[in-house]
Design a protein around this ligand. Structure first.
Ligand SMILES: [Zn+2]
Ligand SMILES: [Zn+2]
Length: 326
């Protein structure tokens, strides 16, 4: 549905605004009554509007309704597209609006992470956004999986009400970040997220923001997988591995499993207490990530793997130019 010309003033995306936040503001400002009524003016894909879908029809519908911004760069700046695109299997397209699909597309493992579906905000950002634009909105850099800090103010974000336990997993429930951090349901103050932030957590934050902003660009998934396979010295995809190769794969998986501290898992996972046979339970296996060319894994898994095996993004990218073995 193209709403061009009708709602321009209300739905112009603001700097760093998540595209779905536009729909929340439109719900508040348009005077159409309940959220579903205002949302239906823009798109038919408006159920379960959590911040982290890689791609969905509503992005395209909103993009078409935005005023004077018909270029691919805009939609990438207002959705998590840049963050996800290197990890997406198959054809690499240039923008989500070229490849919009009906429902939300989530990568494998999405739901193992805390806050991944929840709308988060920084009260300092909200304050300055109101000052500059006149209204509060949800920023894209606060909404990536695993992100609980504001890159501008280095403060922990807010989400979930400690009193009434409301979790804001869909924009229709909260619409915009609440003024004075007041829970719209029970009126108590929504506190900042409390999690421990070690070096690994900070690394994950920095890399996630760099991917989103385009400051760091990873190669395509097939090249990423080539580097993983080069690391274990098993160059091609194989259905059966030799005993030596199986041993090597086991060692690498063990190294990944042991790399991160319990604090890290407690910070990141909804159920940090899951263990397989005494080892930290990861819902990802190195074999799947290196050899399955058709699976769309949550970027956090890839980033953890890169961190555990290559230390940082630069050495991971550099690793493609030499046939290094760990
Ligand atoms: Zn902030
Ligand atoms: Zn509440």
């Amino acid at each position: 549905m193209n709403a061009s010309g009708k709602f321009h003033i209300m739905i112009d995306a603001q700097p760093q605004e998540h595209l779905l936040s536009v729909l929340g503001r439109f719900g508040v400002l348009s005077g159409y009554g309940p959220f579903w009524k205002s949302a239906a003016k823009i798109s038919s894909d408006t159920t379960r509007l959590c911040p982290a879908a890689f791609n969905r029809r509503v992005y395209q519908d909103l993009f078409n309704a935005l005023p004077e911004r018909n270029n691919d760069g805009t939609i990438a700046r207002h959705t998590p597209f840049n963050y996800y695109k290197s990890f997406y299997p198959g054809e690499v397209f240039n923008s989500p609006h070229q490849a919009a699909v009906n429902g939300p597309v989530f990568p494998i493992g999405h739901d193992t992470f805390k806050y991944a579906r929840e709308w988060r905000w920084c009260s300092d950002c909200v304050e300055s956004d109101i000052e500059i634009t006149g209204f509060p909105y949800f920023r894209i850099e606060h909404q990536l999986p695993g992100i609980i800090l504001c890159p501008h103010h280095r403060k922990t974000l807010r989400s979930r009400c400690g009193q009434c336990k409301s979790e804001w997993k869909t924009i229709s429930k909260i619409l915009v970040p609440p003024a004075n951090n007041e829970c719209p349901k029970c009126k108590s103050t929504v506190n900042t997220i409390e999690e421990e932030l070690d070096d690994e957590v900070m690394w994950l934050h920095e890399v996630s923001w760099d991917l989103l902003s385009g400051k760091v660009r990873l190669p395509s998934l097939s090249k990423i997988q080539e580097r993983y396979r080069s690391y274990v010295d098993i160059p091609l995809s194989k259905e059966r591995f030799s005993i030596r190769q199986q041993k090597r794969l086991g060692e690498v998986q063990g190294a990944i499993n042991e790399y991160f501290s319990e604090t890290f898992y407690q910070y990141l996972l909804k159920k940090p207490g899951n263990f397989y046979g005494g080892r930290r339970a990861l819902s990802f296996r190195f074999i799947g990530m290196a050899f399955s060319s058709d699976k769309f894994f949550q970027p956090v898994f890839h980033l953890m793997l890169i961190r555990a095996l290559f230390k940082d993004i630069d050495s991971f990218i550099g690793a493609g130019n030499e046939h290094s073995r760990g």
